[in-house]
Design a protein around this ligand. Structure first.
Ligand SMILES: NC(=O)CC[C@H](N)C(=O)O
Length: 362
């Protein structure tokens, strides 16, 4: 028999459901994702740290969770080495799972990391509420152990998830510094397929002293304004000419370092089918997204422009410098989960790196 747990929102709404995963209480920001698959990837994406994730897809857990596999010390399956969400909210949790590479159930995996799940929730009703009223704080309460509401965006979550120490991956021709604010491993995989030596440094590391050919700014959790040290180092890099590419939080950091501002979206973009348009064209790409903040393009200095626009709400999905090789995407070209249609942006970045190296050797 499963046990009863409740989900309470900061507006007072309380929903009763059943526990799966760990029978424990947790608080966080309640956000929803309309992706239909990809819970192994999403739950291990550090960008979800501090969040109670609501899935609108009606049945969750039916394909289980794959076993871990490593290639050159990088997971080939998961997006980091642990579950980062604060809690999971679903409609129907499938107790039975079946898939060729499943090693365990979603419930058992959540238990390993002491993360609570609540099922039996009308997640589409809940999503409509979050869309109307905006993202809210919430808590899952188990066994009457109440916990206070907590806004994770007031914490420096990046400092909590960034890996300490400098780490090298690959031995390719192009030296790329990866500023780790909570890097998804598929970003590392995408680089390792492309003749790169990757030097991963912590979020606050002074990379300006390193010898490199290109700079990459990772995704990560929380409010980008918390990353003051990264923004400061990035300002030094923006005064130089080495190519810079940022994804998601990395895009927001680029906008802030350029002198622009960021703001919190009403309820964010989290799904695998977000349409974005490439500026100056009628070309649309379907993208994987997971963010609650965005760059306010109106605040960018004149030498910066919007590179992609979200076709659902017109917000900024990436920026670029008009004369230097600096660009970013608010969406996830590395996908995992989601469509891989924009992975070519890694090639565009490395092309800029090759051009930069040719320009300095002349
Ligand atoms: N995926 C990300 O990098 C998310 C960036 C940022 N934490 C946001 O929610 O907007």
């Amino acid at each position: 028999m499963s046990q009863t747990v409740t989900l309470t929102l900061s507006d007072g709404t309380t929903i009763t459901g059943e526990s799966f995963g760990a029978f424990t209480s947790a608080a966080g920001e309640v956000v929803f994702s309309t992706a239909m698959t990809g819970y192994p990837e999403n739950l291990t994406d550090a960008s979800f740290a501090g969040q109670l994730l609501v899935l609108t897809t009606p049945m969750v857990g039916n394909y289980g969770v794959p076993g871990e596999e490593l290639y050159e010390s990088v997971s080939t399956i998961f997006e980091s080495d642990k579950i980062h969400i604060a809690g999971l909210v679903v409609n129907y949790y499938s107790e039975e799972h079946s898939h060729w590479n499943a090693a365990k159930s979603l419930g058992d995996w959540l238990k390993e990391y002491n993360i609570p799940g609540i099922c039996g929730v009308d997640t589409r009703m809940l999503t409509k509420k979050l869309r109307e009223e905006g993202a809210m704080l919430g808590k899952i309460v188990a066994g009457g152990n109440d916990v206070p509401f907590h806004d994770p965006n007031l914490d420096n979550l990046v400092a909590q998830v960034s890996q300490p120490g400098v780490q090298h991956f690959g031995s390719g021709q192009h030296k790329i510094v990866l500023v780790d604010c909570g890097t998804k491993t598929n970003i590392i995989r995408c680089f390792l397929e492309r003749d790169v030596e990757l030097i991963r440094v912590p979020w606050d590391y002074d990379f300006t002293t390193l010898d490199y050919d290109g700079l990459f700014l990772s995704n990560g959790p929380g409010d980008p304004k918390m990353c003051e040290a990264t923004i400061r180092h990035l300002q030094t890099a923006l005064a130089q000419d080495k190519p810079i590419f940022g994804i998601c939080l990395g895009s927001q950091l680029m906008g802030l370092a350029a002198g622009g501002d960021t703001f919190k979206l009403k309820y964010g973009h989290r799904s695998h089918n977000q349409p974005v348009k490439l500026t100056g064209t009628q070309r649309c790409y379907i993208t994987s997204q997971n963010h609650g903040f965005a760059v306010d393009t109106a605040t960018l200095p004149a030498e910066w422009q919007m590179l992609f626009e979200n076709l659902n709400d017109g917000t900024c999905e990436g920026i670029k410098h008009t004369s230097k090789p600096f660009f970013s995407t608010q969406f996830h070209p590395e996908a995992a989960g989601g469509p891989q249609d924009t992975e070519f942006l890694f090639d565009d970045f490395l092309k800029a790196v090759v051009e930069y190296k040719a320009s300095i050797s002349n």
